[in-house]
Design a binder for this molecule. Structure first.
Ligand code: 4NP
Length: 162
């Protein structure tokens, strides 16, 4: 299963979502005693805007991930492209604006059906969107981490059995 996480800049939220889901999937496979190299799933991330293409994740995302044992420093920002609709099975948008931007590029029903809001996995009545932490402080990044940790936990359990 190939999973793509998408936000606006691909430097704050979606790199965290990529790192967290990857971490949870490798944990689950290690728990079963599988060898590290045998990867069943591909996890990647992208942004709907090109402002930060080629850059490392934001320092504050790198720091909060590191605190929980996850390394984001091998990631570089890239822009979401139409080719991603064929390359990925599931595409998770961080907020409603990202979701709409992705859908605007979809040309088939099959493409549209791959796109989901990541927090819908949690089935909450509040918190439908992962807030953009870019202009805020460290606490915003901790909050984003916790929201993504919960939703990636649900996603990892679902796709691990596939
Ligand atoms: P992200 O956060 O979409 O979570 O990566 C942002 C990063 C950069 C900008 C906006 C949001 N920006 O306007 O440059």
């Amino acid at each position: 299963m190939n999973i793509l996480m998408v936000c606006l800049g691909n430097i704050c939220r979606s790199p965290l979502a990529e790192g967290i889901l990857q971490f949870k999937l490798s944990r689950l496979s290690a728990d079963r005693g599988e060898r590290k190299k045998s990867k069943k799933h591909v996890v990647d991330s992208a942004g709907t805007a090109a402002y930060h293409v080629g850059e490392l994740p934001d320092k504050r995302s790198i720091a909060v991930a590191k605190k929980y044992g996850i390394d984001l420093t091998t990631q570089r920002a890239r822009k979401f492209t139409e080719a991603d609709f064929d390359a990925f099975d599931l595409i998770f948008a961080m907020d409603a604006s990202n979701y709409q931007n992705i859908l605007n590029l979809a040309t088939t029903e099959n493409h549209r059906q791959k796109v989901h809001l990541i927090l819908d996995e949690l089935q909450l009545s509040t918190h439908k969107e992962v807030p953009d932490p870019y202009y805020g402080g460290e606490q915003g990044f901790e909050n984003v981490f916790q929201l993504l940790d919960k939703s990636c936990g649900v996603i990892a359990t679902k796709i691990d059995t596939l």
